[in-house]
Write a protein that binds this ligand. Structure first.
Ligand code: HEM
Length: 367
């Protein structure tokens, strides 16, 4: 008969071995393609580019290249755009970057994230309630917090679908819907993306303002990361209202990436503000696309953990209350605080009774 610690150690060794294999496979897949793309990018965009072929087909190519180096000439016209330059390279460079590495790496990145989540789910399974349900619940998210979360989440999903349609539409959607069909849809997607963006920005900013206080890092988070959020070792690590992983999502995902995407989106949406040169516009598009792609990858992880990944987490954001066993297992320090503050757990049955409409007793006598 093996002792409990032996079983835990062996389970840990198995998981560690599987994770190492996974990491090696991912690296083996990623390295050659990254190497190829970097080498290719250096060839196409770098200073070592060989022009022999261009010179052979177009003897004047050197002259056009000289015109495109961006040196300013004389003109009486002024404005924020480079009015004194005959040919501006910025637009074409941006286009090549977008059509090349951003689309290729971005697309593969999202595919890899989905594969990694699927493998994680297959290896680790769902994080179950170890003690089962207690049937008693405590409040986790207030109504206004849930409205804010779901408004922002639904906007994010619509922005993701429309944004990815605009980035990958030419490659993926034109073969499916044809040029006319795609043009109609792309126009609609762009208008929706542009109209929803500012409302989503308000949601993200409110989230940052209202939830920053729950996300202040502390020593418990270090221990949480050391234990891989419960994957490493047999005991679930301690956590306050939010754990280390959630704080990472908040600061890196919602705060940092959120602000970059919002600011770059704002710059592109209002090009008439006067300070946007062509460089500023091109860099905004590049940052917006790259950071949004990384954010979407993070979002896949967040959405998986909040639904299929963790038993009992979704109901907190859906109905506002969580089972006390979920609270003790995932956020023990927060649960202690809630109880110390005097809140009494309420049974699910009592909650249902409270929600039921009061029986109508008919007309009062004399009326
Ligand atoms: C289908 C999409 C989504 C699902 C299923 C989902 C699910 C959840 C759940 C279940 C929680 C509660 C976790 C807990 O009680 O510990 C949560 C918290 C949270 N969610 Fe989402 N979410 C989604 C999309 C988003 C999006 C798009 C954003 C931001 C742009 C977001 C930002 C947050 C934040 C900030 C928290 C609080 C935790 C923290 O501050 O880190 N969620 N989500």
């Amino acid at each position: 008969m093996r002792s409990q610690s032996e079983v835990a150690r062996s389970a840990f060794r198995w998981r560690a071995m599987l994770w190492s294999m996974l990491a090696i496979i991912a690296l083996a897949m990623a390295l050659p393609s990254v190497g190829y793309l970097v080498a290719n990018a250096a060839q196409v965009y770098g200073p070592d580019r060989d022009f022999t072929e261009e010179r052979a087909t177009n003897p004047r190519s050197d002259m056009w290249r000289d015109a495109r180096v961006g040196q300013g000439g004389f003109t009486t016209q002024t404005g924020p755009y480079i009015t004194n330059t005959m040919i501006s390279n910025i637009g074409e460079n941006y286009r090549q970057l977008r059509e090349g590495p951003i689309k290729t790496w971005g697309g593969w990145f999202l595919v890899l994230v989905i594969v990694a989540i699927a493998l994680f789910a297959a290896i680790n399974g769902r994080s179950r309630l170890e003690e089962g349900r207690s049937g008693m619940t405590v409040e986790r998210w207030k109504t206004y917090e849930r409205i804010l979360h779901w408004f922002t989440a639904i906007s994010f999903i619509v922005l993701t679908i429309t944004g990815l349609s605009l980035l990958f539409g030419r490659t993926v959607l034109i073969p499916m819907f044809g040029h006319t069909g795609f043009a109609t849809y792309a126009q609609f997607a762009m208008n929706l993306h542009n109209a929803l963006g500012p409302f989503f920005a308000v949601g993200v900013i409110l989230m940052i303002v209202l939830w920053a206080k729950h996300n202040i890092p502390n020593k418990t988070d270090i221990q949480w990361f050391r234990q891989g959020g419960g994957i490493i070792g047999s005991k679930h690590p301690s956590a306050g209202k939010l754990n280390g992983g959630e704080k990472l999502w908040f600061w890196l995902g919602v705060f940092a990436m959120g602000l970059i995407v919002i600011i770059s989106g704002f710059i592109m949406l209002f090009p008439n503000l006067g300070f946007q040169t062509r460089e500023v516009m091109a860099w905004s598009q590049i940052f917006h696309a790259i950071v949004a792609l990384i954010w979407i990858g993070f979002f896949f992880g967040h959405a998986y953990i909040g639904t299929l990944g963790t038993e009992g987490a979704f109901e907190g954001m859906a109905h506002g209350r969580v089972d006390t066993n979920w609270a003790k297992q995932h956020h023990d320090l927060w649960y202690e605080e809630v109880i110390a503050s005097g809140e009494k757990p309420i049974s699910e049955e009592e909650l249902r009774r409270q929600k039921r409409p009061a029986p109508t007793g008919g007309e009062a006598p004399g009326h």
